[in-house]
Write a new protein. Structure first.
Length: 362
Protein backbone atom coordinates (compact mmCIF):
# COMPACT_ATOMS: atom_id res chain seq x y z
CA UNK A 1 0.00 0.00 0.00
CA UNK A 2 1.27 3.47 -0.87
CA UNK A 3 0.28 6.79 0.69
CA UNK A 4 1.21 10.43 0.57
CA UNK A 5 0.47 10.79 4.29
CA UNK A 6 0.48 8.02 6.89
CA UNK A 7 -1.06 9.37 10.11
CA UNK A 8 -0.30 7.39 13.27
CA UNK A 9 -3.27 7.67 15.63
CA UNK A 10 -6.95 8.01 14.75
CA UNK A 11 -8.18 9.91 17.79
CA UNK A 12 -9.36 13.49 17.45
CA UNK A 13 -5.93 14.70 16.37
CA UNK A 14 -5.38 12.18 13.59
CA UNK A 15 -9.01 12.19 12.41
CA UNK A 16 -9.25 15.98 12.22
CA UNK A 17 -5.96 16.25 10.35
CA UNK A 18 -6.95 13.50 7.89
CA UNK A 19 -10.20 15.34 7.18
CA UNK A 20 -8.50 18.70 6.73
CA UNK A 21 -5.86 17.22 4.43
CA UNK A 22 -8.62 15.59 2.39
CA UNK A 23 -10.32 18.98 2.02
CA UNK A 24 -7.18 20.93 1.13
CA UNK A 25 -5.58 18.22 -1.04
CA UNK A 26 -8.39 16.01 -2.41
CA UNK A 27 -5.99 14.02 -4.60
CA UNK A 28 -3.74 13.02 -1.71
CA UNK A 29 -3.62 9.41 -0.55
CA UNK A 30 -4.15 9.37 3.21
CA UNK A 31 -3.96 6.41 5.59
CA UNK A 32 -4.97 6.57 9.27
CA UNK A 33 -3.28 3.90 11.38
CA UNK A 34 -4.82 3.04 14.76
CA UNK A 35 -3.44 0.53 17.28
CA UNK A 36 -6.79 -0.08 19.01
CA UNK A 37 -9.80 -2.00 17.72
CA UNK A 38 -11.67 1.28 17.19
CA UNK A 39 -10.66 4.91 16.72
CA UNK A 40 -10.86 7.34 19.64
CA UNK A 41 -10.54 4.74 22.40
CA UNK A 42 -8.16 6.68 24.65
CA UNK A 43 -8.15 10.47 25.24
CA UNK A 44 -10.86 11.30 22.71
CA UNK A 45 -13.40 8.89 24.17
CA UNK A 46 -12.76 10.03 27.76
CA UNK A 47 -12.94 13.79 27.46
CA UNK A 48 -14.90 16.04 29.82
CA UNK A 49 -16.10 17.69 26.62
CA UNK A 50 -16.07 21.44 27.08
CA UNK A 51 -14.89 24.43 25.03
CA UNK A 52 -13.78 27.46 27.01
CA UNK A 53 -11.28 30.03 25.87
CA UNK A 54 -9.28 30.39 29.09
CA UNK A 55 -8.66 26.64 29.41
CA UNK A 56 -5.06 25.72 28.62
CA UNK A 57 -3.62 29.20 29.10
CA UNK A 58 -3.02 32.29 26.95
CA UNK A 59 -0.88 30.43 24.39
CA UNK A 60 -3.68 27.93 23.73
CA UNK A 61 -6.43 30.56 23.59
CA UNK A 62 -5.78 31.58 19.93
CA UNK A 63 -6.38 27.99 18.80
CA UNK A 64 -9.49 27.65 20.98
CA UNK A 65 -10.97 30.97 19.85
CA UNK A 66 -10.23 30.24 16.20
CA UNK A 67 -12.03 26.88 16.53
CA UNK A 68 -15.17 28.26 18.17
CA UNK A 69 -17.08 29.57 15.16
CA UNK A 70 -16.41 26.39 13.15
CA UNK A 71 -17.66 24.18 15.97
CA UNK A 72 -20.67 26.39 16.66
CA UNK A 73 -21.75 26.75 13.03
CA UNK A 74 -21.74 22.97 12.55
CA UNK A 75 -23.78 22.25 15.67
CA UNK A 76 -21.09 20.63 17.82
CA UNK A 77 -21.45 23.13 20.68
CA UNK A 78 -24.18 23.52 23.28
CA UNK A 79 -24.19 26.64 25.52
CA UNK A 80 -22.89 26.07 29.05
CA UNK A 81 -20.95 29.08 30.57
CA UNK A 82 -17.80 28.60 32.64
CA UNK A 83 -17.09 30.08 36.05
CA UNK A 84 -13.60 30.35 37.53
CA UNK A 85 -13.88 30.96 41.27
CA UNK A 86 -11.40 32.25 43.85
CA UNK A 87 -10.99 31.94 47.60
CA UNK A 88 -10.60 34.81 50.01
CA UNK A 89 -7.08 36.17 49.65
CA UNK A 90 -6.97 35.45 45.90
CA UNK A 91 -8.81 38.59 44.80
CA UNK A 92 -5.79 40.17 43.09
CA UNK A 93 -5.02 36.95 41.20
CA UNK A 94 -8.62 36.74 40.07
CA UNK A 95 -8.54 40.30 38.74
CA UNK A 96 -5.31 39.53 36.89
CA UNK A 97 -6.90 36.40 35.39
CA UNK A 98 -9.86 38.44 34.14
CA UNK A 99 -7.73 41.21 32.65
CA UNK A 100 -5.40 38.74 30.92
CA UNK A 101 -8.17 37.05 28.95
CA UNK A 102 -10.22 40.20 28.40
CA UNK A 103 -7.13 41.73 26.76
CA UNK A 104 -7.04 38.70 24.44
CA UNK A 105 -10.63 39.34 23.35
CA UNK A 106 -12.33 36.72 25.56
CA UNK A 107 -15.69 37.78 27.01
CA UNK A 108 -15.24 37.93 30.79
CA UNK A 109 -17.75 39.05 33.43
CA UNK A 110 -16.65 39.66 37.03
CA UNK A 111 -18.98 38.25 39.69
CA UNK A 112 -19.00 39.11 43.38
CA UNK A 113 -19.91 36.80 46.24
CA UNK A 114 -23.63 37.54 46.00
CA UNK A 115 -23.70 36.79 42.29
CA UNK A 116 -21.78 33.54 42.84
CA UNK A 117 -24.45 32.40 45.30
CA UNK A 118 -27.06 32.85 42.58
CA UNK A 119 -25.21 30.39 40.31
CA UNK A 120 -23.82 27.86 42.81
CA UNK A 121 -26.29 26.80 45.53
CA UNK A 122 -24.93 26.31 49.07
CA UNK A 123 -21.54 27.78 48.23
CA UNK A 124 -19.22 27.74 51.23
CA UNK A 125 -18.22 31.01 52.84
CA UNK A 126 -14.55 31.17 51.84
CA UNK A 127 -15.23 31.69 48.12
CA UNK A 128 -15.24 35.41 47.39
CA UNK A 129 -15.75 35.96 43.66
CA UNK A 130 -15.41 34.63 40.16
CA UNK A 131 -14.92 35.29 36.47
CA UNK A 132 -17.73 34.12 34.20
CA UNK A 133 -17.12 33.15 30.57
CA UNK A 134 -20.56 33.35 28.90
CA UNK A 135 -19.33 31.79 25.65
CA UNK A 136 -18.25 28.46 27.17
CA UNK A 137 -19.98 25.44 25.64
CA UNK A 138 -20.21 21.67 25.93
CA UNK A 139 -18.78 19.78 22.95
CA UNK A 140 -20.42 16.76 21.35
CA UNK A 141 -17.10 14.93 21.15
CA UNK A 142 -18.39 11.68 19.67
CA UNK A 143 -20.27 13.49 16.89
CA UNK A 144 -17.25 15.68 16.12
CA UNK A 145 -14.90 12.71 15.93
CA UNK A 146 -17.28 10.77 13.68
CA UNK A 147 -17.70 13.84 11.48
CA UNK A 148 -13.96 14.02 10.88
CA UNK A 149 -13.68 10.30 10.21
CA UNK A 150 -16.60 10.54 7.80
CA UNK A 151 -15.12 13.47 5.88
CA UNK A 152 -11.81 11.65 5.57
CA UNK A 153 -13.46 8.38 4.52
CA UNK A 154 -15.65 10.08 1.91
CA UNK A 155 -12.55 11.65 0.38
CA UNK A 156 -10.91 8.23 0.06
CA UNK A 157 -8.76 8.12 3.19
CA UNK A 158 -8.25 4.63 4.60
CA UNK A 159 -8.62 3.79 8.30
CA UNK A 160 -6.75 0.73 9.51
CA UNK A 161 -7.55 -0.31 13.09
CA UNK A 162 -5.93 -2.95 15.31
CA UNK A 163 -2.70 -2.26 13.46
CA UNK A 164 -0.24 -0.43 15.68
CA UNK A 165 3.01 0.77 14.21
CA UNK A 166 5.81 -1.75 14.74
CA UNK A 167 8.65 -0.21 12.75
CA UNK A 168 9.34 2.81 10.55
CA UNK A 169 12.35 2.72 8.24
CA UNK A 170 13.50 5.82 6.38
CA UNK A 171 13.88 5.20 2.67
CA UNK A 172 14.51 7.33 -0.37
CA UNK A 173 11.42 9.46 -0.84
CA UNK A 174 9.68 8.49 2.38
CA UNK A 175 9.07 5.70 4.88
CA UNK A 176 8.49 1.98 4.95
CA UNK A 177 6.10 1.14 7.78
CA UNK A 178 5.48 -2.23 9.38
CA UNK A 179 2.09 -2.60 11.08
CA UNK A 180 0.95 -4.93 13.84
CA UNK A 181 -1.55 -6.68 11.57
CA UNK A 182 1.21 -7.85 9.22
CA UNK A 183 0.69 -5.15 6.59
CA UNK A 184 3.41 -2.97 5.13
CA UNK A 185 2.98 0.57 3.90
CA UNK A 186 5.10 3.07 2.01
CA UNK A 187 4.44 6.71 2.80
CA UNK A 188 6.01 9.97 1.67
CA UNK A 189 5.23 11.73 4.98
CA UNK A 190 4.88 10.14 8.41
CA UNK A 191 2.59 12.12 10.74
CA UNK A 192 2.93 11.49 14.46
CA UNK A 193 -0.55 12.03 15.97
CA UNK A 194 -0.15 9.25 18.52
CA UNK A 195 -1.00 11.21 21.68
CA UNK A 196 0.53 9.54 24.72
CA UNK A 197 2.56 7.28 22.40
CA UNK A 198 4.10 10.16 20.41
CA UNK A 199 7.65 9.69 21.74
CA UNK A 200 7.39 5.93 21.16
CA UNK A 201 6.49 6.53 17.52
CA UNK A 202 9.44 8.90 17.15
CA UNK A 203 11.80 6.27 18.57
CA UNK A 204 10.50 3.66 16.11
CA UNK A 205 11.38 6.08 13.30
CA UNK A 206 14.80 6.80 14.88
CA UNK A 207 13.72 10.41 15.41
CA UNK A 208 14.77 12.10 18.64
CA UNK A 209 11.85 12.12 21.13
CA UNK A 210 10.71 15.51 22.44
CA UNK A 211 9.96 14.43 26.03
CA UNK A 212 6.20 14.33 25.58
CA UNK A 213 4.89 13.02 28.91
CA UNK A 214 1.47 11.44 29.47
CA UNK A 215 -0.38 12.46 32.65
CA UNK A 216 -3.38 10.68 34.12
CA UNK A 217 -6.56 12.74 34.60
CA UNK A 218 -9.42 11.32 36.70
CA UNK A 219 -13.16 11.86 36.26
CA UNK A 220 -16.10 10.65 38.33
CA UNK A 221 -19.84 10.75 37.74
CA UNK A 222 -21.73 11.37 40.98
CA UNK A 223 -25.33 10.97 42.00
CA UNK A 224 -26.18 13.81 44.36
CA UNK A 225 -28.89 13.96 47.04
CA UNK A 226 -30.46 16.90 45.20
CA UNK A 227 -30.86 17.01 41.45
CA UNK A 228 -28.05 18.85 39.68
CA UNK A 229 -29.44 21.80 37.73
CA UNK A 230 -28.69 21.63 34.00
CA UNK A 231 -28.02 25.38 34.22
CA UNK A 232 -25.07 24.95 36.59
CA UNK A 233 -21.92 26.39 34.95
CA UNK A 234 -18.73 24.51 34.41
CA UNK A 235 -17.05 25.47 37.70
CA UNK A 236 -13.25 25.64 37.96
CA UNK A 237 -11.02 27.13 40.61
CA UNK A 238 -8.33 29.70 40.01
CA UNK A 239 -5.49 27.36 41.03
CA UNK A 240 -6.80 24.43 38.94
CA UNK A 241 -7.41 21.91 41.72
CA UNK A 242 -10.88 20.79 40.56
CA UNK A 243 -13.66 21.30 38.07
CA UNK A 244 -17.23 20.06 37.91
CA UNK A 245 -20.20 20.35 35.56
CA UNK A 246 -23.72 18.93 35.22
CA UNK A 247 -24.36 15.98 32.93
CA UNK A 248 -27.83 14.47 32.49
CA UNK A 249 -28.88 15.12 36.08
CA UNK A 250 -25.57 13.94 37.49
CA UNK A 251 -22.35 15.74 38.39
CA UNK A 252 -19.11 15.19 36.52
CA UNK A 253 -16.17 15.93 38.81
CA UNK A 254 -12.38 15.94 38.44
CA UNK A 255 -9.61 16.70 40.95
CA UNK A 256 -7.72 18.23 38.00
CA UNK A 257 -4.98 15.69 38.70
CA UNK A 258 -1.90 15.27 36.53
CA UNK A 259 -0.05 12.11 37.51
CA UNK A 260 2.91 11.27 35.23
CA UNK A 261 2.72 7.76 33.80
CA UNK A 262 3.71 5.79 30.77
CA UNK A 263 1.38 5.45 27.78
CA UNK A 264 -1.31 2.96 28.77
CA UNK A 265 -5.02 2.22 29.06
CA UNK A 266 -5.44 4.59 32.00
CA UNK A 267 -7.56 3.55 34.97
CA UNK A 268 -8.75 5.73 37.87
CA UNK A 269 -7.24 5.43 41.34
CA UNK A 270 -9.55 5.38 44.38
CA UNK A 271 -7.43 8.00 46.12
CA UNK A 272 -7.94 10.44 43.23
CA UNK A 273 -11.71 9.98 43.29
CA UNK A 274 -11.70 10.53 47.06
CA UNK A 275 -9.57 13.65 46.60
CA UNK A 276 -12.01 15.00 44.03
CA UNK A 277 -14.97 14.53 46.39
CA UNK A 278 -13.08 16.16 49.28
CA UNK A 279 -12.33 19.18 47.10
CA UNK A 280 -15.97 19.39 45.99
CA UNK A 281 -17.05 19.37 49.65
CA UNK A 282 -14.69 22.28 50.32
CA UNK A 283 -16.60 24.30 47.73
CA UNK A 284 -20.28 23.45 48.30
CA UNK A 285 -22.46 21.92 50.97
CA UNK A 286 -23.86 19.16 48.77
CA UNK A 287 -24.43 15.52 49.69
CA UNK A 288 -22.91 12.84 47.47
CA UNK A 289 -25.14 9.74 47.32
CA UNK A 290 -22.75 7.52 45.39
CA UNK A 291 -20.08 7.35 42.72
CA UNK A 292 -21.84 5.89 39.70
CA UNK A 293 -18.92 5.76 37.31
CA UNK A 294 -15.23 6.64 37.28
CA UNK A 295 -12.69 6.75 34.52
CA UNK A 296 -9.30 8.18 33.61
CA UNK A 297 -7.61 9.39 30.48
CA UNK A 298 -4.16 10.57 29.46
CA UNK A 299 -3.19 14.15 28.72
CA UNK A 300 0.16 14.47 26.97
CA UNK A 301 2.37 17.54 27.32
CA UNK A 302 5.68 18.72 25.91
CA UNK A 303 8.04 20.23 28.53
CA UNK A 304 6.71 23.76 27.89
CA UNK A 305 3.08 22.53 27.83
CA UNK A 306 2.47 23.81 24.29
CA UNK A 307 1.42 21.55 21.42
CA UNK A 308 3.93 20.56 18.75
CA UNK A 309 2.93 21.12 15.12
CA UNK A 310 5.51 20.87 12.36
CA UNK A 311 8.25 18.95 10.62
CA UNK A 312 11.07 17.57 12.72
CA UNK A 313 14.33 19.53 12.57
CA UNK A 314 16.43 16.50 11.59
CA UNK A 315 13.82 14.34 9.83
CA UNK A 316 12.05 16.60 7.32
CA UNK A 317 9.54 13.91 6.30
CA UNK A 318 8.49 13.29 9.91
CA UNK A 319 5.70 15.61 11.10
CA UNK A 320 4.74 16.21 14.74
CA UNK A 321 1.07 16.70 15.61
CA UNK A 322 1.20 15.93 19.30
CA UNK A 323 1.48 17.25 22.86
CA UNK A 324 -2.03 18.70 22.87
CA UNK A 325 -2.67 18.17 26.57
CA UNK A 326 -6.33 18.31 27.58
CA UNK A 327 -7.27 20.91 24.99
CA UNK A 328 -6.85 18.93 21.77
CA UNK A 329 -10.59 18.59 21.23
CA UNK A 330 -11.56 22.22 21.80
CA UNK A 331 -8.75 23.34 19.46
CA UNK A 332 -9.17 20.58 16.84
CA UNK A 333 -10.53 22.65 13.91
CA UNK A 334 -7.86 25.37 14.07
CA UNK A 335 -5.03 22.94 14.87
CA UNK A 336 -5.94 20.65 11.96
CA UNK A 337 -6.16 23.58 9.55
CA UNK A 338 -2.80 24.89 10.74
CA UNK A 339 -1.10 21.48 10.48
CA UNK A 340 -2.57 20.68 7.06
CA UNK A 341 -1.31 24.01 5.79
CA UNK A 342 2.18 23.27 7.10
CA UNK A 343 2.15 19.80 5.55
CA UNK A 344 1.05 21.15 2.17
CA UNK A 345 3.19 24.28 2.21
CA UNK A 346 0.10 26.49 2.03
CA UNK A 347 -1.43 29.31 4.09
CA UNK A 348 -2.01 28.08 7.64
CA UNK A 349 -4.94 30.33 8.59
CA UNK A 350 -5.34 32.89 11.34
CA UNK A 351 -3.11 31.34 14.04
CA UNK A 352 0.66 31.93 14.04
CA UNK A 353 2.28 28.46 13.90
CA UNK A 354 5.75 29.53 15.03
CA UNK A 355 5.06 29.20 18.78
CA UNK A 356 4.08 25.54 18.27
CA UNK A 357 6.99 24.50 16.04
CA UNK A 358 9.23 21.57 17.08
CA UNK A 359 12.15 23.80 16.12
CA UNK A 360 11.81 25.52 19.51
CA UNK A 361 13.44 22.50 21.14
CA UNK A 362 16.80 23.13 19.50
Amino acid sequence: MDADFAIIGAGMAGASLAAELAIQAPAAQIVLIEAEQSAGYHATGRSAAFWTESYGGPDIQPLTSASGKWLRDRGFLKPRTALTIARQGQEAELEQFGRRYADLGVRIVHLDRRELEGLIPNLRANWCGGMLEPDCCDIDVAALHQHYLGVARKAGAKLICAAGLKAAVKMSGGWRLSLGNGQYLRAKILVNAAGAWADNVAQMATVKPLSITPYRRTMAQLQMANAVSPDLPLVLDLHETFYFKPENGRLWLSPHDETPCGPCDAAPEEVDVATAIARLESVVDWQVVRVEHRWAGLRSFAPDRLPIYGFDRHAPQFFWFAGQGGFGIQTAPAAAKLAAGLLLGQCVGEVDPSRYSPMRFG
